[in-house]
Design a protein around this ligand. Sequence first.
Ligand code: GDP
Length: 188
Amino acid sequence: MLKKEPTRGGLIAAVHRPQDLPERLRPAVAFVGRSNVGKSSLLNRLLGTRAARSSKTPGKTRGIYFYETNEGHQFADLPGTGFARASREERGGWAELGQRFFCDGGAVLAVHLIDPRVPDSPIDLETRDGLSDLGVPRLVVATKWDRLSAAQRAVARRQLAAIHGEIISAKTGEGIETLRREIRRRLI
Ligand code: GDP
């Protein structure tokens, strides 16, 4: 486990094994979603740094990364779900780490990133149900909005409205401030 003195807007800890999770977790906003959905890019936008490792290689995030925001909140970047190329053993390890984190009350809110073109992928439905079972409130965020056509946006807007989902583009910055406000509102 890597541990550093908290620096605002930066990485404070990286945990790779369930037994390395702190005994008393400070409740965080957890970021979950399929590999490559744009989680690192969004975190970098929200944190105002390039602390989260953004990469074109799916599955690069293999632990839970804890960040401190400028406002003093804790964000936790969870392993990308559904990375098919990881071995079964590795996937099991990540699942165990995530499970332990949530069961120990690590998250006050889960920001669930989805691809608005595939809103009901089996993995995302699994994530939705898992969070619901654990009683963790979920905020859905549709990513890479800049990539959608007008027709795709119209469909996605309707689906997102039904679940009070947010829309963002880490590339253009669209929706980032609104999301930041919504996260803040949910933490009060
Ligand atoms: P992660 O695996 O979920 O952390 O995803 P990344 O943040 O590493 O993003 C995966 C790929 O999508 C990278 O090539 C990013 O540059 C790209 N990407 C992320 N967010 C956006 C976005 O809002 N718009 C566009 N066009 N590309 C994005």
